[in-house]
Each structure stands twice: as C-alpha cells, then as structure tokens.
Design a protein around this ligand. Structure first.
Ligand code: DX5
Ligand code: ZN
Length: 228
C-alpha cells in the first residue's frame, strides 16, 4: 500500500522542452539532453491565438527527426489543431497533444492523430475541469496537465496543480488504461517531486534544464526527485 497517488512501477519520463534551448545551438543542446538520458524531446507549438506567443512549426520537427533517436513529444498550443496534424505527423512527431479548449470536435482530432500512426495526447489548462477528459480516455496515450498558463517558459508551478494532477490520476486509474500523465510548466527538482507524489509520471522541463549551468545534471536531478 502506498501513501501517494503515484502509479505502480511506471518508468519516469523526463522530456526537456526546446522552448528554452539556445536556438543557435539547438542540435547540440538536444544531443546533450539525449546523452544525459532524456526520454523524449518536448516541442512546443504556439500560434499567437490559442496562446499569446509564437514558436515552432513542422519544419523544426522535420529537422530534428533524423538526428534524434528518442520520441518527439509535440505539444500543440494552437486553435483548431486538427488542421495541423497531418503536417506534424509527416514531419515525424511521435506524440501529438491537442488542447481540449482549442477544438470543438476532440474525438475527430484524436482519431486523426491515431490514423496518422502517432500517439495521442490531450491537454488541459490549469483552470479546466479535469473531468472533461473522461469521455476521451479510451483514445488516449497521454494526458498533459498544464501546471502554468500555457504560452511561455520560465513561469512558476501553480499551487493548485497537485489537485489537478490527483484528479486526472484518479480518472486514469479508474479507466484501467495505460495512459501517461505528463506535467508541463515550472517543473524543477522540487516541483517534479510534488507532481510525482500527486500521480504524474512524465515531466516536461524547459528552463530548469536548458537555463541551468549544467543541463545534464539538472535533468538527472529532476529524474531522481520524481522517482518515488
Ligand atoms: C509552456 C510550454 C512549456 C514550456 C515549459 O506553455 O508548454 O513546455 O517550455 O517551460 P518551463 O519548464 O520553463 O516552465
Ligand atoms: Zn509544452
């Protein structure tokens, strides 16, 4: 019997977010993260509408793909994400996560991802009711709980995040499905542990890894803290 909400025996995933990488040295930094034991590379896609910022498109995924051995975890912070699924699938995304707040027909979006041979993710913003994911759990490989308001790196982990994570963990466990629970925003060694205790098993970190003096060490510290 465990006193936490953590899933039994799940391998911890650490996914550095290239939003905080030095783009002049993107390839080098991604390779450094991979050598340090990163499990996935997280790619944040922003459209200036769903979130008030712009970032990467499919061409960045396409450039990384031949050089990266680990999965590319693509987080679509865009309105009407279904329109972009084919382009990101072709570019080589392994996971495609859409926001439940960004699309009217979530089922269609998830089926489009599945039919493209890509793993499916569904994300909720910090103030979205976690119960909204329930009808889609059968179609999901991953739920992404945002632990900051999406749009920018370097923000602080929101204090009510553990409650959101626990609620999602409860829904996943009740479904009996093997669905990853990923957290994103303000993740460092301390908050990774809080999130892990609440039931997260995949951890995105941007500034805590790429703005650290030693990114490899920062990545290992997050993994160690999240291993409970
Ligand atoms: C924010 C993005 C995150 C971002 C996290 O909207 O989804 O993936 O890169 O950055 P940090 O870890 O610095 O909060
Ligand atoms: Zn992200």
């Amino acid at each position: 019997m465990t006193s936490t909400n953590a899933p039994a025996n799940a391998k911890i995933i650490v996914a550095p977010s290239i939003l905080s990488a030095d783009l002049w040295r993107l390839g080098e930094q991604v390779q450094e993260a991979e050598c340090a034991g990163a499990d996935w590379i997280h790619v944040d896609v922003m459209d200036g509408h769903f979130v008030p910022n712009l970032s990467f498109g499919p061409s960045v995924v396409k450039c990384l793909r031949p050089h990266v051995q680990i999965p590319l975890d693509v987080h679509l912070m865009v309105r009407k994400p279904t329109d972009f699924i084919e382009a990101f699938a072709k570019a080589g995304a392994d996971y495609l996560t859409v926001h439940i707040e960004a699309e009217d027909d979530i089922k269609k979006a998830l089926l489009t991802i599945k039919n493209a041979g890509v793993k499916t993710g569904l994300s909720i913003k910090p103030d979205t009711d976690p119960a909204r994911i329930k009808p889609f759990l059968d179609l999901l490989d991953l739920v992404l709980v945002m632990t900051v308001q999406p749009g920018f790196g370097g923000q602080g982990f929101l204090p009510h995040s553990p409650a959101q994570i626990r609620a999602v963990r409860g829904l996943i466990d009740a479904s009996g499905k093997a669905v990853r629970l990923e957290v994103d925003g303000g993740i460092n060694a301390q908050t990774a542990r809080e999130a892990a205790l609440a039931g997260a098993d995949a951890f995105v970190a941007g500034s805590a890894i790429f703005a650290a003096p030693n990114p490899a060490e920062a990545l290992r510290a997050i993994r160690q803290a999240a291993t409970i």
